[in-house]
Ligand binder design. Structure first.
Ligand code: HEC
Ligand code: HEC
Length: 262
């Protein structure tokens, strides 16, 4: 398959980046019992394809990252589970409504914005860690007008990213470069073609790539021989060692609570 240039689609796609389509009012969403029941169902019926943490497997895409570039509402997730995506190899299910909603609640907890889910830890302690010298996050990041500007503004980080993604940005910042959407990169395709530009969003299956002429290409990862990212992250890469487990948990609780709508 050749990379498609889809200029007409570029604007709506990019405008959606990082946004969620709706906050469902269904009572299962955010209900810890429903989430736990959904987690069990997921292990039994879905993890074989999507991986135990939704991080993707040989037969199913990464659901956590996918939500960043292709946001799904809770109702849409319900329908995907019920009907499957037969053309892509995802089977339909025959679960009753309440169990299907338990699954949606689990997926929402896993892939929805951190601020809409219960997160363990002490947010006030996390704020002190965030601003303190040991972590130094505020030197590079602003929250509600306070702090530095080298890194992205984090005022809405909990309102826009799943907890797993925020955690990954801190403990594995180099990996984070793949989907932040600002990194200079070179893609070499299996047909020998090379594209220079910026790697936007990436899933296990596809890559949005803007070339130096400003054209957006939707590239199937199957067609990619190599994706070379040319910049390294300015974000410190040693936080796993620098912070204790409790400090990291509290820091995440603080970041999860950053939501401009609250
Ligand atoms: C046999 C493998 C398989 C199983 C089992 C499976 N899936 Fe999928 N799932 C897929 C594939 C493949 C896709 C990608 C579809 C596409 O590319 O549009 C997918 C897509 C999805 C999506 C994203 C749809 C979108 O448009 O982004 C969700 C949500 C999802 N699956 C949830 C589940 C849940 C929940 C279960 C368990 C009830 C499940 N899947 C079981 C293979 C599977
Ligand atoms: C030296 C500057 C610097 C420091 C210190 C720093 N960061 Fe970053 N951070 C960045 C930059 C630059 C990025 C942009 C992406 C990249 O290069 O990885 C980033 C990205 C992030 C992201 C992803 C943002 C998004 O929109 O997805 C999060 C979350 C984050 N940092 C949190 C933290 C936290 C929490 C700390 C403290 C423990 C911290 N950062 C310390 C520079 C820094």
């Amino acid at each position: 398959m050749r990379p498609l240039a889809i200029a007409a689609l570029a604007l709506p796609l990019l405008a959606q980046h990082g946004r969620y389509l709706s906050d469902s009012q269904h009572p299962s969403i955010g209900n810890p019992q429903a989430v736990a029941a959904g987690s069990k169902l997921f292990m039994g019926s879905c993890a074989g394809c999507h991986g135990p943490d939704g991080g993707g497997g040989a037969r199913g895409p990464n659901l956590v990252r996918r939500s960043l570039w292709h946001p799904l509402s809770d109702d849409a997730i319900f329908n995907v589970i019920r009907k499957g995506v037969p053309s892509a190899g995802m089977p339909p299910t025959q679960l009753p409504d309440d169990q299907t909603w338990n699954l949606v609640a689990f997926l929402h907890a896993l892939t929805g914005p951190a601020s809409t889910n219960p997160v363990p830890g002490d947010a006030a302690a996390g704020k002190a860690i965030y601003s303190g010298a040991k972590a130094g996050c505020a030197n590079c990041h602003a929250i509600r007008g306070q702090g530095g500007h080298l890194g992205p503004d984090l005022s809405n980080i909990g309102g826009s990213r799943p907890l797993a993604v925020i955690r990954e940005a801190i403990v594995e910042p180099a990996k984070d470069l793949y989907y932040l959407g600002n990194e200079a990169a070179t893609v070499t395709l299996k047909n020998g073609k090379t594209l220079k530009g910026v790697a936007k969003n990436r899933s296990n299956y596809s890559l949005q790539f803007v070339d130096t002429a400003g054209r957006l290409h939707l590239i199937a990862m199957n067609d990619v021989r190599e994706l070379a990212l040319s910049s390294t992250t300015p974000m410190p890469t040693d936080y796993v060692k620098r912070l204790t487990r409790d400090e990291l948990r509290d820091l995440l609780a603080y970041l999860a609570a950053q939501d401009i709508r609250k």
